[in-house]
Ligand binder design. Structure first.
Ligand code: PEP
Ligand code: MN
Length: 333
């Protein structure tokens, strides 16, 4: 860690910060620069808590130098992680397409969509049973009934299912039914949920928080891995920015960055990034071209009647086109 001092920091302030570093058992090595001094923190075994120094008199900023995530880091494991769910593999060298409605609305709806997405080439089925909705008046999902419908989809079509866990209390039941557990953008830093996911035997798909830095996201993954569950898949789903032409801004550069930093698989959800169906196919193509290990896409047989996220849900024929196009791109790569 580097503690960068203000240009006008006094020798007294530099000493005080250095002393505080040393009181923690680390070594403080002031490095004089052109117009300011930086204090390098050495001999720390684990991460140093930056908040100890931010706000001290004379401190301009605190820059972590060593990466705080250890298990997630590429250095901790030379081969890419590949996650296996039945016959499906997610990660290095594989291209996995997950599709289904935003929410499970009924058995007929789920089975109809599952048949369509399987035909088009989806390898996994998605659908929310517990839905995190902005408004308490919106459809909240079918709960356990929705999970039972997902189990039917798996039995009937042989598609493994992924569904979101919203809270600690319902983790056990979601874990019982899901082949892969999704932690949504709003829960990326729900630490008790992450710790519970760390004790799960199911693979966990961790979506990036809509305002999270990549470091925060990887640290959230570290929570799960630290708990003992090494089956983590990262999912970029768009960030909150100032634009109005899409619901979020898809951060495609996260893919090469994460692949440099980590051995974990990373997939892209173009549906929640776009928020509108006309952008989903182009973003999906870009995601595969940039090297994502897979896609998660919302599809509905009657998007106009969907109980959630209809505007971004593809019609089945569009999803079929998406699968065809991304297959070509993947083969080309
Ligand atoms: C979802 O996948 O249905 C969902 C709610 O996603 P996010 O957490 O990315 O908004
Ligand atoms: Mn949705």
């Amino acid at each position: 860690m580097l503690i960068v001092m203000d240009k006008n920091a006094t020798p007294q302030q530099i000493d005080t910060v250095s002393q505080k570093v040393e009181e923690r058992g680390y070594e403080a090595r002031p490095i004089p620069g052109g117009d300011r001094v930086s204090i390098c923190v050495l001999r720390n075994k684990g991460a140093v808590d930056a908040s100890l120094f931010i706000g001290m008199a004379g401190v301009k900023e605190v820059i972590p130098v060593t990466r705080p995530y250890k298990l997630v880091r590429r250095e901790s494991q030379s081969e890419d992680t590949v996650i296996r769910i039945g016959d499906i593999a997610i990660g290095n060298g594989h291209q996995t397409v997950i599709a289904g409605p935003c929410a499970i609305e009924s058995e007929t709806q789920a089975l109809t969509i599952a048949a369509l997405v399987k035909d088009a080439g989806a390898q996994m089925f998605r659908g929310g049973a517990f839905k995190p909705r902005t408004s308490p008046y919106s459809f909240q999902g079918l709960g356990v009934e929705g999970l039972k419908i997902l189990a039917k989809v798996r039995d009937e079509f042989g598609l493994p299912v992924v569904t979101e866990v919203m809270d600690y209390e319902t983790f056990d039941v979601v874990e019982e039914y899901a082949d892969m557990i999704q932690i949504g953008t709003r829960n990326m830093q729900n630490f008790s949920l992450l710790r519970r996911a760390g004790r799960s035997h199911r693979p966990v798909m961790l979506k990036r928080g809509m305002a999270a830095t990549i470091d925060e996201w990887l640290m959230a993954a570290e929570y799960i891995m630290e708990g003992g569950n090494v089956q983590v898949i990262l999912c970029e789903r768009g960030m909150r920015t100032f634009v109005h032409h899409s619901r979020n801004t898809l951060d495609l550069s996260a893919v090469p960055y994460v692949q440099k930093e980590s051995h974990l698989p990373i997939i892209i959800d173009p549906s929640h990034a776009a928020g509108r169906r006309d952008q989903v196919i182009p973003l999906a193509r870009a995601a595969v071209a940039v090297g994502a290990h897979g896609l998660m896409v919302e599809v509905h047989h009657q998007p106009d009647q969907a109980l959630s996220d209809g505007a971004q849900s593809l019609f089945p024929d569009q999803f079929e086109a998406l699968c065809r196009q991304v297959r070509h791109i993947f083969e080309l790569l």
